[in-house]
Structures are given as C-alpha cells and as structure tokens.
Design a protein around this ligand. Structure first.
Ligand SMILES: *Cc1c(COP(=O)(O)O)cnc(C)c1O
Length: 355
C-alpha cells in the first residue's frame, strides 16, 4: 500500500530556459524585445497599496470592459484570465468533456495541449501536419470531442486562413473549436469576427507576446455570450479571484496605448522580414512565419549543433529533441541589434568551417 498509487501524476510542460546574467541574448521564449507601454509602468509605480486589502473584481473589471471597447465586442463576449495558459486550461476543463470522442490538435504544436489533456484525462488524437508543416483541414472534419489549433501555429509560425477555420466550424456544430491566437498580432487574419456567427468558437489571445507583458500574466478570449458564460461558471467554481487588482489596472493601460502597441508590433514584423533574408543568405530554410519567431533548419549544420554553439556564446534559441522537428531551431525575433549579433555569430561559425 502506498499513497503514491492514488496520486494524479502528470509530466509537466517544459518552458524555455530563463537564463540570468549580463550579455545574454534571449531569443528562446518569444517574449517581446521591447518594454511594455509607458502607461503600464506609470500604473505600477503609482499604485495605491491600501487598495490591496480588498478582493479584486471577480469579473475582471476594468480590464474586461477595456478589451470589449477596444475590439468592439460586447462585454459578455470577453473572458479574461491569468495568461492565456490559464484561459486555455479553463477552456479544456469546460469544453472538452465528450464522453467518448477524442479532441483533435496537430502533432506539431504548442506542447501544453497534451499536458492539459493528460491532467484533465481528456482523450486526444494528434493529427499530422503535412510535409510543409501545414494543417490538413480534412483531419478536423471527422467526429470529435473538440478541436484546438494555434493560428499562426507554434513552433512553425505557419498561418492558416480564417476561411479554413470557418469550414472546420461548419463541420463541427457539436464540438467547441478553439483557435489559439497567441501570435495573431504579428500579421495574421483573426477569427475574432467569426465568433458572431459561430456559437461554438473560442478565440484565445495573450498579452505575453505582442503587448510585451509576459511577466504580468494576462490572457483573454472571445466567444458567444453562452460560451463565455460557461467558461465563467467553471472559473468561479475553481478560483474566483485569479487576477489581482494591480494587474487588472496595468492591463488597461496596455490596451489604451494603441499607438505604442502598433509601433512595437510593426518593429517586430520589420525585423522578422529582414531576418528571413539574412537567414536565407546563411543557408537556412524556414516556413513563411507570420509570428514573432522563425522556425528554421540549416542545409549543412544540425540544429542541435548550432543550438549548442549559440548557447555556448550566450545566444539562446529553442530546440526540441522531438521527431520531425529535431533539426529545427525556433528563433524568437529580438531587437535589430540582437538579431545582428546572431547573424554575425552564425556567419563566423559557417565561414570558419569553410562554407
Ligand atoms: C506563449 C503561448 C501561450 C501562452 O501564453 P501566456 O503567457 O500563458 O499568455 C499560449 N499558446 C501559445 C501557442 C503560445 O505560444
């Protein structure tokens, strides 16, 4: 007899390293290379700590209303959580509850999905991307207990058209379809407007990448009022006060400063497009990323070798020892200076080896 036999055991999600110290170029977790909006800093600086004796607003005001106004949707269509990981976990718990059919997601995708499925004991079936790392639409037209797909996908950066999601939604009136739009602000077409027409669509977003606030932990989602109300019920049955009042106030400022938001996302997109040219010239091939990272593979040097050489040189990128993607590096888009340091290192590495 052992208590251990009755414990819920899970293999947790492994995030990218967070190296500390000077001189590190961190291109491994898709954070923003730019600081958050100036208003965020001001709110954090001026926050009246006396207010903290009160519980925060369980309905996540004032952030929920600010997001509703910014995206021009009714408040009843917005859900706010502690990072999109919290929103997604709550969505798995709420919507993926079919008695027998598995949920479907790509074989190469955000590696948290199978972790939540295991944690909540949701049966799942992965669907292989094609050889160009594209979603095969037909895989999601069969009976299922739910669908979740990131758009653009991670770690490939591949964008699928909103029309594909519309066809998947039409084929799945009995299941909830989740589109994880963590990277949509870097140039993709959002499925947000489809939530008006498809009651079973949940679109999930985050402040962690495009709004430069990974450390604050804010995620949100759009859906029909009915869908969002189911999500709220599950959240209130789990932990009503997930978001603290400081974060709720600071998040509002990040949404209000639209000019700053556009400025930093435009800069990331410009650096990404320039980086594609530099990487191509160095002998890399990659998917046509519409995100803030590039998923690339070199014609001559293995991803593992390059990953280790870069790391040795204090340049951190992401590499997975997983089938089909073990020869790829996922390189987050940094500032122009950081990217130039990366290219300079790679150029020297390649030249030194006579190519
Ligand atoms: C980064 C990421 C998330 C999680 O972001 P949070 O920091 O929890 O908001 C969710 N989905 C995908 C695909 C991501 O890349």
């Amino acid at each position: 007899m052992s208590w251990e036999a009755n414990v819920r055991k899970v293999t947790p999600y492994t995030a990218g390293e967070q190296p500390k110290g000077q001189g590190v170029i961190k291109l491994n977790t898709n954070e923003s290379p730019y600081p958050p909006a100036p208003g965020v800093k001001r709110v954090l600086h001026e926050y009246d700590a006396d207010l903290l004796r009160r519980y925060p607003d369980a309905g996540t005001e004032p952030l929920r209303s600010e997001l509703a106004a910014y995206y021009d949707v009714e408040k009843e269509r917005v859900f706010v959580g502690v990072g999109s990981d919290d929103v997604l976990a709550m969505a798995f718990l709420t919507f993926f509850n079919h008695p027998s059919l598995p949920i479907l997601f790509p074989d190469i995708t955000y590696s948290f999905y199978d972790v939540w499925a295991e944690l909540f004991r949701i049966p799942y079936q992965v669907q292989a991307l094609d050889d160009h790392f594209r979603i095969k639409e037909e895989d999601y037209l069969k009976p299922n207990g739910g669908v979740i797909i990131p758009n653009p996908n991670a770690p490939t950066g591949e964008l699928a058209p909103a029309a594909m999601f519309e066809r998947i939604l039409r084929a799945n009136p009995d299941a909830v379809v989740i589109v994880d739009e963590a990277y949509i602000d870097f140039g993709g077409e959002s499925c947000l407007r489809l939530t008006d027409r498809y009651e079973n669509l949940l679109v999930v977003r985050t402040f962690s990448k495009s709004r430069a606030l990974a450390g604050l932990r804010i995620g949100y989602a759009f859906g029909s009022p009915k869908l969002i109300s189911c999500l709220q019920d599950a959240k209130y049955s789990f932990n009503s006060y997930t978001m603290n009042s400081v974060t709720l106030s600071a998040g509002v400022e990040a949404v209000r400063d639209d000019a700053y938001f556009r400025e930093i996302t435009d800069k990331v997109v410009a650096t990404r497009e320039r980086s594609k040219k530099e990487l191509a010239a160095l002998g890399f091939s990659f998917t046509d990323s519409k995100s803030n990272f590039i998923f690339s593979s070199h014609e001559k040097y293995s991803a593992k070798e390059l990953f280790e050489a870069l790391r040795e040189h204090n340049i951190y990128v992401r590499h997975w020892d997983k089938p089909r993607i073990d020869n790829y590096l996922r390189i987050s888009i940094g500032t122009d200076e950081e990217m130039d340091a990366l290219f300079a290192f790679l150029r020297e590495y390649i030249t030194a080896r006579g190519n």
